[in-house]
Design a protein around this ligand. Structure first.
Ligand code: FAD
Length: 289
């Protein structure tokens, strides 16, 4: 099913989706085997789609596409590959699209990505995601998702400019907006209001991160503009070395966060699983989903 169909349905129940990533340093394939075990658990919550991340510049293309291919062969999974354009030539992108078409992929998350620091073969065929969206729209039948940033993208001077740039992606053919993680729901409500003022009416899918590690969160926060409510941060700091406590704090927080979103009519939830099913499944159990 394409993004337009998934998210245009009159919704009574929340629409759940999951993001996974190709494991790194997995020469013997053990981590990938473990990932598919986690996917089995995630599948019990009947996700509308599972998305698979992709390294900027195609750094992990083979592992990412291999996972996409395996999931695409499961008729019960709707898989959405992420695809970045930074540093990639048009020719490389054409060939990658061919591979995805051979896997019968219907949906794609079109991203710019971040230029790797050590990029030696930087191509400038695509500078921003809107250019990739235009290209995909012209040359493929994919239904195209794009990224959105409730607190603004880290490089954008302000949220207004960032939304102007989001508009370019939507005008080029983006059909749904998958957001970056956020922990303060008021940031999402504010974002939705700003989008509405600009007549940007495409479905927004809220990105939810169940926190499972303090250090991992700390690293993610250094790369993005994301506010963590003070009460949550105080708790995380207090228990930062206690893995199980952090996991529980993450589950409790995300369960409440999602319940509040659902109560406010926001029913498209995309979970950044970090390749672990336990926290996400616990949250969905808490929500009765
Ligand atoms: P763009 O939309 O191109 O925006 C990038 C910046 O440029 C923004 O500041 C924007 O305001 C500005 N801008 C955009 N268009 C223009 C324009 N035409 N002129 C001037 N300025 C412009 N990264 C990965 O490498 N792999 C992944 O799998 C991945 N998955 C992600 C999934 C989600 C849900 C999200 C939210 C992000 C993901 N990212 C991923 C991260 C993303 O690649 C980075 O945030 C990247 O810095 C921006 O990508 P973008 O597609 O949003 O870029």
């Amino acid at each position: 099913m394409k993004l337009g169909e998934i998210y245009s349905k009159i919704q009574t129940n929340p629409i759940i989706s999951f993001e996974i990533f190709p494991p790194q340093n997995d020469e013997n394939g053990e981590k990938t085997t473990k990932l598919f075990e986690e996917v089995k658990h995630l599948k019990t919550h009947t996700p509308a789609l599972i998305s698979v991340t992709y390294g900027a510049g195609g750094s992990n293309k083979d592992t990412s596409f291999a996972i996409v291919k395996t999931l695409a062969n499961d008729k019960n999974i709707n898989v959405m590959p992420h695809f970045t354009c930074v540093c990639s030539s048009k020719n490389y992108i054409q060939n990658s699209i061919k591979e995805l078409n051979e896997m019968n992929i219907k949906n794609i998350l079109a991203l710019r990505g971040d230029e790797p620091q050590d990029c030696l073969t930087c191509h400038l065929d695509f500078r921003y995601a809107n250019e990739l969206v235009s290209y995909l729209k012209e040359t493929t039948d994919f239904s195209i998702g794009v990224a959105g940033y409730p607190e603004g993208h880290i490089d954008a001077p302000n949220i207004t400019e960032d939304i102007k740039n989001l508009k370019k992606k939507l005008n080029a053919g983006g059909e749904a907006i998958f957001t970056q993680m956020f922990f303060d729901n008021s940031k999402l409500y504010n974002y939705l209001e700003l989008l509405e003022k600009q007549n940007l009416t495409k479905p927004v899918i809220a990105g939810i991160l169940p926190i499972i590690s303090y250090n991992q969160l700390d690293k993610m926060l250094s790369l993005a503009k994301v506010t963590v409510p003070k009460t949550l941060m105080t708790k995380l700091e207090k228990y930062q070395d206690k893995k199980e406590d952090i996991k529980k704090i993450g589950i409790d927080f995300a369960s409440e966060q999602c319940q509040e979103l659902i109560d406010n009519g926001i029913k498209n939830l995309h979970f950044f699983t970090l390749n672990k099913s336990y926290s996400v499944c616990s949250i969905l159990d808490n929500l009765g989903l």
